[in-house]
Structure formats: structure tokens, C-alpha cells
Design a protein around this ligand. Structure first.
Ligand code: HEM
Ligand code: HEM
Length: 154
């Protein structure tokens, strides 16, 4: 059977919706701890429900991920880049799952610093992921970006 060329439409929708939500959460989180004004409670009031939405969505997303066919990376890609892509994708899934759970239990003295640490590692991984995605879209033009954007090629 011919391998699929694109992620399932529901996975693509979830990818972009969650990318926006997670980026917003990172900035809201930082703004939250840097603010003492009345804005603080407003930011907390957004941060908590949005974080829980991310938790629910990642569970749905992982369910779909394991039950649909996913496009293979191009043969032309060096082995180390394939390994790096897979490792970073599973790290992103793990952090999307863990971060809301840690945030929820934030009262515990150990988990509060852990929430900051995971936020930092998540942000760094997202930046690397963004750089790699743009390299595929603009330099390599190998269909990897389109597999998630849903636009044609390949
Ligand atoms: C993907 C989900 C989440 C992300 C990316 C995220 C991100 C962040 C970031 C960046 C900070 C600031 C950390 C610092 O600079 O020390 C923060 C703080 C915090 N987060 Fe989250 N968070 C998420 C989910 C949650 C959830 C679900 C809850 C609670 C239900 C939560 C509760 C908190 C609390 C209470 C703080 C500290 C606020 C303060 O000290 O004023 N977070 N979060
Ligand atoms: C918070 C932000 C983001 C998170 C958490 C995230 C997470 C992920 C994850 C977990 C995958 C793996 C999909 C799978 O195999 O199931 C993925 C794939 C992908 N992402 Fe993101 N993403 C984010 C932002 C972005 C941005 C901003 C772009 C582009 C500018 C992008 C482009 C892509 C592309 C092209 C793929 C497909 C890679 C492949 O074919 O293996 N992502 N993303």
C-alpha cells in the first residue's frame, strides 16, 4: 500500500490549534509571574482553563496519532535528522502531557520549580522545532512542511 503523504486532517487541526495555545500559555505564564497588578488574577484565570484544555486535547491527539497512518520522512533525510525529529516530537508530546499535570498540582513545593523548568525546556524545543520546520518549508522543500500544513506537494 502507498504510504500517506499528509497527517490526518484532525491531527493537523489539533497541531495548529495546540501550537497557538501552547505559545500563548508560555507567554501568559511568564507575564503572570512578572505581574503584581490586578492583571495577575486575570492571567491566572486564563492560564488554568487553557492549560486544562491543552491536557484534554493532547489525550485526544495521542489517541488519533496511534490510530491513523502518518507520513514517513523523506528517504533523502540523513539518519541523525530522522532520529532527532522523532525524539523531539515524542519529547514535545511528553511535555504537552506533563506540563498541565504539574501545573495542576503546583501547590507542592517541588513541583512549582519543575513547572518553570519544563516551561523552559518546552520553549527551547519548540524553537528548534520551528527552525527545522522552516528549513523543510523554505530550503529543502521536501514536502515535510506540507504534511502538516495540508497544502499540496509530494
Ligand atoms: C501546557 C500547559 C502549560 C504551560 C506551557 C505553562 C507555562 C507556565 C509558565 C511559563 C509559567 C511561569 C513559570 C516561571 O516563570 O516560573 C507558569 C506558571 C504557573 N502555572 Fe503554568 N503552564 C501550563 C499549565 C498550567 C496548568 C494546567 C495550571 C493549573 C491548573 C498551571 C498553573 C500555574 C501556576 C499556579 C503558575 C505560577 C503562577 C505564579 O507563581 O504567579 N499551569 N506556567
Ligand atoms: C507549541 C508549538 C508546537 C508544538 C508543541 C508542536 C508539536 C509537534 C509534534 C508533537 C509533531 C509530531 C507529529 C507526529 O508525528 O505525531 C509536530 C510535527 C510538525 N510540526 Fe509542530 N509543533 C509546534 C509548532 C509548530 C510550528 C510553529 C510549525 C511550523 C512553522 C510546526 C511544523 C510542524 C511540521 C511541519 C510537522 C511535521 C513533521 C513530520 O512530518 O514529521 N510546528 N509538531
Amino acid at each position: 500500500m502507498k504510504p500517506v503523504t499528509h497527517f490526518h486532517p484532525a491531527l493537523r487541526l489539533l497541531h495548529w490549534l495546540m501550537a497557538a495555545a501552547i505559545l500563548a500559555m508560555l507567554f501568559i505564564g511568564v507575564a503572570m509571574v512578572a505581574t503584581v497588578s490586578s492583571l495577575h488574577s486575570l492571567l491566572v484565570a486564563i492560564h488554568k482553563p487553557l492549560g486544562l484544555m491543552i491536557l484534554v486535547l493532547v489525550v485526544v491527539r495521542l489517541g488519533l496519532r496511534f490510530s491513523t497512518a502518518t507520513p514517513p520522512l523523506p528517504e533523502s533525510l540523513p539518519a541523525w535528522q530522522r532520529v532527532a525529529a522523532q525524539a523531539s516530537h515524542w519529547a514535545l508530546y511528553a511535555m504537552m502531557l506533563a506540563q498541565p499535570l504539574i501545573g495542576w498540582a503546583v501547590l507542592y513545593a517541588i513541583l512549582r520549580p519543575l513547572h518553570s523548568l519544563v516551561a523552559l525546556v518546552l520553549f527551547a524545543t519548540v524553537m528548534l522545532h520551528l527552525a527545522a520546520a522552516l528549513r523543510h518549508a523554505l530550503v529543502l522543500r521536501d514536502g515535510v512542511f506540507e504534511s502538516m500544513s495540508g497544502t499540496r506537494r509530494r
